[in-house]
Ligand binder design. Structure first.
Ligand code: GLA
Length: 731
């Protein structure tokens, strides 16, 4: 078993293939954290707990005159609140008597094989190939009887530990849960860098790395979605860590709504990191006997730098996260109508775009926004999921049939969570959107957010979208969400339950995705929220790919994709070649480079194919052929970031290596170009040093060792924004 309780030492031991996690029940029944890091064989690490009398760090009453025991400095698995720990708390409870306190002590534990289940929430699942064991530890407050169950699942071979928390109100009072962190982790040192991924609409997941400083650093979202601004993923790594060296810890939150990740460097140079639902405007009413389940955090530890950490996440997210059968299937090359036509199209125009795309080797035509209701701009019709017959007189079916007759698959765009004020739906059910009494709601892109906490609203969405999917042959759906939540107030919830709306929205979203997406396994769903505003593992549970960003500029995409790859696999990033000058930045980049960049993901096109030159079409045809040939390598291979675009400006390079190390693909884009500049060599990674390889773009054969140590010359003749790929195959 990968989970054990050692009675004599009162320690819990979790073992993955290469990591060890240890905890201990302390003298007074508190659960202390001992260690998470490189795998150790059956060592008892209790000695790490060194007690001492520290001024102004209070002692629990039961410690009597022992002034050396204080929760204010001891490393814990789940911190108490309202008691003697002044650091970040894992929980905040308003008890029936009005007090704010939770002091949990170990009441019991349970170990079983298999993984715990989180009702209503996406989480990692296990296959028969996985060895998975679960540990549940009950922490009970002796006064209120409120219980917190800490859940740990060890995926031994995957080198992954998942955590979640269940709160059970065993008290006799109605209580309010105002904060619940899914994961709390203490480190007895603080020489770490905090890496997180931040940004904005059209510039998501920008890499950010800073040493910990005294005090608290926070990333998070209270926008109702995981957001463009911060991603629910963070890394703590030793300061010297780089791609190939050093201790690195990853924390990935399987949730699509408000989240918070806080890290504190305390007065004793220790570190605490917490991750969970953002407590802002969160207050969950719990009547006696009720329980609350917090979403899952996926932990990974790498002792060999950031690349290995990435591989652990890519591996588990490719195999144990997405429920769609498409997760493991080759995705079709698509062309999307958005940047080609925006709202201005009719059937004839679409068919022309599709016709020219077929000729390039495209396999799927996606009709983006504008096909329903009176949707001729973004001011109207969200909620009215019937076809706009002025644009498509023969309906979706007529268009889909024509598209299929060309040999293409057919897909559509939807935005089911929203309503426009100018819509039949809003006129009929104005109370179906989130809005506060006596206030006008804030608009975002002219639209309002439907109240997914309501069952009647969810039923409407499920019926109407399932109706659309049944009305024509539709093999792909882009599921969008184009504004964040404000005015989180539901017309049917009691006033004591209005603090539940953000989370109930997400539970409602997961419910409708269960009822729409998981009942259509034949349809490939792509997530989207103005690009990557909801790029998180919660969405990837339902949708194998997500539109990475509304920014299709290849140069910006290099940074966006760089950040995204730290945790999310290449097979999750939908990436398109678009027209130049680029619609977002005005930049012009060669079409080859646009293709090379988009191939670092699920390749697609988003331009008016009827306006392309023959030469451009030929380049795209070749791109598609080459991508399809290398699909398995790109989508399933190991990923290596060869440069960091934030610290090295000359070029950006990355590499895919097949699991058997027989094939690799290095892609490189020139960034800042100077005249008569230095000769550079890009060094491969992940090859077999003893194997010999042929590089398609060069003469001769090279050992893996040579390619990794001496590297491949970057041609000096390449100009700014030009790209090159090296196809490396074992001989
Ligand atoms: C969002 C998406 C775009 C496009 C538009 C349509 O912004 O990210 O790709 O689908 O909506 O309105």
């Amino acid at each position: 078993m990968s989970v054990r309780y050692i009675e004599s030492k009162k320690t819990f031991l979790l073992q993955t293939k290469s990591s060890t996690y240890q905890m201990k029940i302390s003298d007074y029944g508190y659960l202390l954290h001992l260690y998470y890091g490189e795998r150790l064989e059956d060592e008892d690490l209790s000695y790490l707990i060194q007690l001492q009398d520290r001024g102004f760090s209070p002692n629990p009453y039961e410690a009597g005159n022992d002034r050396t025991f204080s929760l204010d400095f001891l490393p814990q698995e789940f911190s108490s609140d309202g008691s003697s720990d002044y650091r970040l708390s894992s929980i905040e409870i308003k008890n029936g008597d009005g007090s704010y306190a939770f002091v949990g002590k170990v009441a019991k534990h349970q170990i079983y094989s298999g993984k715990y289940h989180l009702a209503g929430l996406p989480s990692l699942w296990t296959t028969e190939k996985d060895t998975a064991d679960t540990l549940e530890i009950w922490l009970t407050d002796a006064v209120t009887q409120l219980t917190v169950v800490l859940c740990y699942c060890v995926l031994e071979e995957k080198d992954i530990i998942t955590r979640s928390v269940r709160v059970i109100n065993q008290s006799e009072d109605t209580i309010y849960l105002n904060r619940i962190m899914s994961m709390t982790m203490d480190f007895m040192d603080s020489d770490y860098d905090f890496i997180h991924f931040d940004g904005r609409h059209t510039m998501e997941r920008e890499w950010s790395r800073n040493p910990l400083a005294y005090g608290i650093q926070t990333v998070g979202s209270f926008r109702g979605a995981s957001s463009h601004q911060h991603n629910p993923f963070a890394i703590l790594c030793e300061s010297a860590a780089n791609e190939d060296y050093g201790r690195c810890y990853g924390f990935s939150f399987v949730y699509s709504g408000n989240f918070m990740c806080k890290v504190e460097k305390d007065q004793y140079d220790q570190t605490r990191i917490v991750m969970g639902i953002h407590p802002k405007h969160f207050s969950w009413q719990m009547k006696p006997g009720e329980s609350f389940t917090a979403p899952e955090v996926v932990l990974a530890y790498s002792g060999q730098g950031l690349t290995h950490l990435t591989h652990l996440y890519h591996n588990v997210y490719r195999e144990n996260l997405c429920k769609s059968p498409y997760a493991k299937k080759e995705r079709p090359i698509l062309i999307n109508s958005w940047e080609a036509a925006y709202f201005d199209f009719d059937e004839e125009k679409l068919l022309k775009i599709a016709g020219d795309a077929v000729d390039m080797g495209v396999e799927l035509f996606v009709l983006d926004d504008g096909w329903f209701g009176n949707r001729n701009n973004d001011n109207a019709a969200l909620g009215d999921w019937d076809v706009n017959t002025a644009k498509l007189p023969r309906g979706l079916k007529g268009l889909s049939d024509e598209i299929h007759a060309m040999g293409l698959k057919f897909g559509i765009w939807i935005e089911p969570e929203m309503v426009s004020e100018d819509s039949k739906l809003y006129r009929k059910h104005p109370d179906w959107c989130l809005q506060m009494p006596r206030r006008q709601p804030s608009r975002g892109r002219y639209q309002l957010v439907l109240d997914l906490s309501r069952e009647d609203v969810r039923d409407y969405i499920v019926t109407s979208i399932n109706g659309v999917l049944g009305s024509a042959r539709i093999e792909y759906v882009k599921w969008d969400m184009n504004r964040f939540i404000t005015d989180a107030w539901s017309a049917i919830a009691e006033k004591e339950k209005q603090g539940e709306i953000y989370h109930r929205y997400i539970l409602g979203l997961y419910d409708i995705m269960n009822r729409i997406i998981l009942t259509h396994p034949e349809v490939l769903f792509c997530g989207c929220s103005g690009g990557g505003g909801r790029f998180d593992p919660g969405m990837l549970y339902y949708q194998p790919q997500i539109w990475c960003s509304d920014n299709t500029d290849a140069v910006c995409r290099l940074k966006i994709q760089y950040g995204t790859t730290f945790v999310y696999p290449v097979s999750a990033m939908e990436s398109h070649v678009s027209v130049c000058p680029n619609h977002q930045t005005g930049r012009t980049v060669p079409i080859k480079t646009r293709g090379v960049t988009a191939m670092d993901g699920i390749l697609g096109y988003e331009l008016d194919s009827t306006k392309m030159t023959q030469e451009e079409k030929q380049i795209c045809r070749e791109q598609i052929q080459s991508y399809k040939k290398d699909y398995a390598l790109i989508a399933e291979g190991d990923y290596f970031r060869l440069t960091n675009p934030y610290t090295f400006m000359e070029y950006v390079a990355w590499e895919h290596v097949s699991r058997d190390q027989k094939e690799a693909l290095i892609s490189l884009v020139i960034m800042e170009k100077e005249a008569n500049d230095a000769q550079r060599c890009v060094k491969a990674k992940g090859l077999n040093p003893g194997m010999y390889y042929q590089v398609e773009e060069m003469e001769g054969h090279f050992s893996g060792q040579v390619l990794m140590s001496a590297g491949l010359p970057v041609p000096n003749g390449l100009l700014q924004y030009e790209a090159i790929q090296y196809h490396i195959r074992a001989i």
